[in-house]
Structure formats: structure tokens, C-alpha cells
Design a protein around this ligand. Structure first.
Ligand code: HEM
Length: 539
């Protein structure tokens, strides 16, 4: 009896001494009772860990199903504590160890990461329909009124209707042609604003954001956004929304805790939604009031209905499959605004950063612009002739894909990928960043070399899975035609109208910071100078 007591006490002391070295915060106690409690808790954690490993091993090895390999984690939290902020790079490192498909348990959720061309093809082609759900995080549900937008909707009739409407009414070639005037007006306004700030540092992302926002709001409700005070601060709100979509939220990994919103992320997202609501309610109410004052003919005075008008007319339709309520309209407007602005402005910034970092590239772009445009102002009709600039944009997309893990997908039934079982409801990422930096797919992938895109066989359709900055399969970005046009137009105009110099006192770097939209760590600031001799071209 005495022996057992001594053994127990020795054992306890051993654990105590070992643990105090590693986990001093846990063992920082100053009385016997606390010490005993800590010992019991530690033993409990160890026993739970053993059970956890046995359980996961049972599934993976001896098992009924063969899950993709991957690192072990802690009980309850899984691998969560070991993930770094740079998720795209961390996932790439893990794939070097475990292979092109690996799994991670994060809390109670099973995650799978696919990092090779062959397996990305399986997900986006062979099983495209199976993997077409999203499994949105809590914060995404809050900002999209419960997943009523396109990006976070599951693959169902509602999602198909919304997507079809966006593509046919906003992003069709016919509508993009009809809206050319908006793009010309807004890009010229931007050039004139930059002209007024010549010789002083300009935030490049901000210029791209405001130009894109004004074009998109003109297309959606016929008015550029910045004119009204109620749109003030929209960029900051959007940045907060994107940051909240990126920040790890324990409620997503351990759903029973979501009631408590322990990190306050959901409360913070609700605040952003209220701000957004005020903007969208104002615009919608304003339109409803204008409509009620006009005859039906007058609402279509230029022969073309804008998107808000089309949605409001659909709202009153009897057919349930095509009618929308106000909340659904707001969710769709939110989607289009955020999906188009942050991505485009981030890319304008990355392309400008790469050009300012590669003087040889800058010289070639200027030569091409001079040859195609002359010393005049850039028009949309010039864009298709700017082959070298197009290659520079594509190479920047390869090196800095703004959504490096695309948007997560989730299978609606259990299926096999690469010989492994992917359980129904898993969260699946395609690591586009890894694919676009893989030496198996690209020679010297770390080198910035636009020439690789000069052969004309590359586009943004996701057909060639080596290059998928807009995704691939049925969930591919529907905004490619507008995104591509706006990027080329803004960049060609900024580069042709101005000579850009980096401020001397600021250190230039090209590092990125992972996020739902992955941006430059340090915002790019550059100083514009007049490049075209005729000053009237800047008015
Ligand atoms: C440079 C510009 C843009 C980039 C890089 C970009 C990139 C992406 C990517 C990577 C996805 C996810 C695809 C996937 O999960 O496989 C996506 C989805 C989406 N994008 Fe874009 N996008 C851009 C511009 C736009 C524009 C201009 C619009 C609309 C006007 C738009 C609307 C959407 C929507 C609605 C989705 C969700 C599609 C769905 O889930 O069915 N995007 N985008």
C-alpha cells in the first residue's frame, strides 16, 4: 500500500517536473490542491490523446475507409494550433511532406487540400457536380443574410437562378458592350484625379478600388457610388469583411461553441452588415420611390434597364423560381460589389508592383503602348492589341493569385479522389498557389517572366488547370469578362498617362499576406508624373 502510494507520488512528480519545463503557464500553481488538479487534468489530456490517435488510426489504417494522409493534431482542436497565418504557403509545405492530397482535422471539421493538376482536375471535372457545395463559415453566413448570395450558396436551384441572372443581365457580352460608356467615364475620371495629385504619393489599390466600384455601381443602379456621402467608408467596411472572413473562428471548427461567439467575430460581422444594410436599403428605397413617381415607360428612359430595376421587377413576379425578395436582392448586390472590387484593386496593385520592380518589363510595356496608342489617350479598342501587357497581367496572376485557395468546396456525397475517401461534407481546398508555383508545371516558377504567356494559348477559363486564378468548373468566377477588361483598361491607362516612381524614403518589397483575398503586405504607394505632352488629355 505504502509502495503504491510512493509510486503514485513519484509518477505524479515525474509528470509534474517534465511538464513544468514545457508548459509552465499550465503548471504555474502555488498549492497542493491545484497541483493535484493539474496532474489529473494532464493525465486526462494524455488519455484522450491516446484515444484520439487510436480512433483516427482505426479509420486511416486498419480501416474501413482510407482517408488522405496528413499530420496528427491535438484532441478536440486537431491541427488548428499548428497552422500559421500564411495558409497557402503552410498548405504547400504540408503537401511536400504528405503528397498532392492531404487531410487535416481542424476542430471537428475534416479538411482536405488538393495541390496537384491531376487531382484538381478530378475535383473540378470528374466530380465537379459532387464538389459544388460550399460549407460557408459562420461569418460568411452572417454577411450574406444566411448564404443568400451566389458565392456561398450551395449547388441548388436558387444558386443556379442567381448565377444565371448575373451572367445574363450584367456580365453578358451585350450588356458589357452597352456599359462601355461607364467604363470610359470612370477610367477618365481616375486619370484626371491622379493628374491633380501628380508629384505626390498615391495609394495604387485605392485608385483601382474606386474606379472598379464606380463602374460596377453604375452597371448595377446607374450611378457611380462615390457621389453620395452614404457610400463613404465602403472600402474600409469591405476590408473589415474580408479580414473577418479570413480570421480563424473557433465557432467554425467547434460548432457547439458558436452560440458563445467566443472571439466576437460574429458580432463584429453583424456590425459590418448593419453598415452595409444602411447603404443598400438607401439605394433600394430610393429606387422604389423613384419608380412609384414615374410611369413604367419613364423608368426605362434610355431603353435599358439596370440590374437593380430588373431585380425589383422580378421581386413582384408570381413564379417562385424567378422571384426574389428584398433580402435576396441585397445579398446579390453585396456579392457583386465585394467580388469585383477587392479582387480587381488587389490585382492592379500587384501588377503595378511587379512592373515597378522590373524596369525591363516597364520599358517593354511603354514601347507597346506607344506603338498601339501613340501619344493619345487609351481607348478600350486598343486593349486587345496590348499582347505584352496581357502577358504581364497573366504572369502576375500566376505568381500572386488573389484567391490562392480559391473558395472552399464541399462534396454532397462521399467519393474517392486519388485513391482516398473524401467523406460527404468535408471542406476541400484547391491550392491554386501551389499549382502555379510548382516546378513540375512551370520552369523556374519563382522567376517573374511574362514571356511564358506570349504564345496565346492561355486564358482564364480554367481549362488548363496549371493556371486557374479565377477557379475552374461550375463554380468558376462568372466575372472573368468584366474583371479582365477592367484590369487591362485601368492598367494601360495608368501606365500610358503617367510615369510612376517609387518614393525614395520607402523600402520596396513584394511579400504577401494571406487572406480570403491575398494582398501585398505593405500597400503600394507610387508617385505619378505627366507622360503625355498634351495636358488636355488629362481633363
Ligand atoms: C480580378 C478580378 C477577379 C478575380 C481574380 C476573381 C476570382 C474569383 C475566384 C478565384 C472565385 C472562386 C472560384 C472557385 O471557387 O473556383 C470567384 C468567384 C466569384 N466571383 Fe470572381 N473574381 C474577379 C472578379 C469578379 C467580378 C468582376 C465579379 C462580378 C461582377 C465576380 C463575381 C464572382 C462571383 C459571384 C463568384 C462566386 C461564383 C460561385 O460560387 O458560383 N468576380 N472569383
Amino acid at each position: 500500500m505504502l509502495f503504491t502510494t510512493i509510486m503514485k507520488s513519484d509518477f505524479k512528480d515525474k509528470i509534474y517536473l517534465t511538464m513544468i519545463n514545457y508548459w509552465s503557464w499550465w503548471w504555474d500553481v502555488d498549492n497542493e490542491g491545484d497541483e493535484l488538479a493539474c496532474t489529473i487534468l494532464t493525465i486526462l489530456v494524455l488519455v484522450l490523446s491516446l484515444l484520439w490517435y487510436k480512433w483516427t488510426g482505426w479509420f486511416t489504417k486498419g480501416g474501413r475507409i482510407r482517408l488522405p494522409p496528413g499530420p496528427y493534431g491535438l484532441p478536440v482542436f486537431g491541427y488548428l494550433p499548428f497552422l500559421s497565418h500564411q495558409l497557402h504557403e503552410r498548405f504547400t509545405e504540408i503537401s511536400h511532406r504528405y503528397g498532392p492530397i492531404f487531410s487535416l482535422r481542424l476542430g471537428s471539421k475534416f479538411h482536405v487540400v488538393v495541390s496537384s493538376v491531376d487531382l484538381a482536375k478530378v475535383v473540378t471535372r470528374e466530380f465537379d457536380r459532387t464538389f459544388a457545395n460550399r460549407s460557408p463559415p459562420v461569418a460568411a453566413l452572417t454577411i450574406t443574410y444566411g448564404g443568400l448570395d451566389i458565392a456561398w450558396s450551395n449547388n441548388n436551384a436558387y444558386w443556379r437562378n442567381m448565377r444565371k441572372l448575373l451572367v445574363s443581365q450584367v456580365l453578358s457580352n451585350a450588356n458589357l458592350d452597352a456599359c462601355q460608356g461607364f467604363r470610359t467615364t470612370e477610367v477618365r475620371k481616375t486619370i484626371s484625379n491622379v493628374y491633380a495629385r501628380m508629384g505626390t504619393p498615391v495609394d495604387i489599390n485605392e485608385i483601382g478600388f474606386d474606379t472598379e466600384l464606380n463602374v460596377v455601381t453604375s452597371m448595377l443602379w446607374g450611378r457611380s457610388s462615390i457621389s453620395g456621402d452614404f457610400f463613404d467608408g465602403f472600402r474600409e467596411v469591405e476590408f473589415k469583411i474580408i479580414a473577418l472572413l479570413t480570421a480563424p473562428n473557433i465557432s467554425d471548427f467547434i460548432p457547439v461553441l458558436s452560440w458563445f461567439d467566443l472571439q466576437g467575430r460574429n458580432r463584429e460581422m453583424q456590425k459590418q452588415r448593419e453598415h452595409l444594410d444602411r447603404i443598400l436599403d438607401h439605394i433600394i428605397e430610393d429606387r422604389i420611390e423613384t419608380n412609384s413617381r414615374k410611369t413604367e415607360d419613364a423608368a426605362e428612359d434610355d431603353g435599358r434597364k439596370d440590374f437593380l430595376q430588373i431585380m425589383l421587377e422580378l421581386k413582384d413576379q408570381k413564379d417562385a423560381s424567378t422571384s426574389f425578395d428584398i433580402v435576396q436582392i441585397k445579398a446579390l448586390l453585396f456579392d457583386i460589389l465585394t467580388a469585383s472590387t477587392d479582387t480587381t484593386s488587389t490585382m492592379v496593385e500587384w501588377v503595378m508592383a511587379e512592373i515597378l520592380n522590373n524596369l525591363g518589363v516597364k520599358t517593354k510595356i511603354h514601347e507597346e503602348l506607344t506603338e498601339v496608342v501613340g501619344m493619345d489617350i487609351v481607348e478600350e479598342s486598343h486593349l486587345h492589341k496590348l499582347k505584352y501587357l496581357d502577358a504581364v497581367v497573366k504572369e502576375t496572376f500566376r505568381v500572386h493569385p488573389p484567391l490562392p485557395l480559391l473558395i472552399q468546396r464541399s462534396p454532397d456525397e462521399t467519393c474517392m479522389v486519388g485513391g482516398y475517401t473524401i467523406p460527404k461534407g468535408s471542406i476541400v481546398y484547391i491550392n491554386a498557389w501551389a499549382i502555379q508555383h510548382d516546378p513540375k508545371n512551370w520552369t523556374n516558377p519563382l522567376e517573374f517572366k511574362p514571356e511564358r504567356f506570349l504564345n496565346g494559348k492561355w486564358d482564364y477559363s480554367g481549362t488548363n488547370i496549371n493556371f486557374l486564378p479565377f477557379g475552374s468548373g461550375r463554380r468558376i468566377c462568372p466575372g472573368v469578362p468584366l474583371g479582365e477588361k477592367m484590369l487591362m483598361y485601368i492598367l494601360a491607362s495608368l501606365l500610358h498617362s503617367f510615369e510612376w516612381i517609387l518614393p525614395k524614403d520607402e523600402e520596396f518589397e513584394l511579400s504577401d499576406e494571406f487572406g480570403f483575398v491575398t494582398k501585398k503586405t505593405k500597400p503600394l504607394v507610387a508617385i505619378p508624373f505627366q507622360r503625355l505632352s498634351d495636358a488636355t488629355l488629362y481633363e
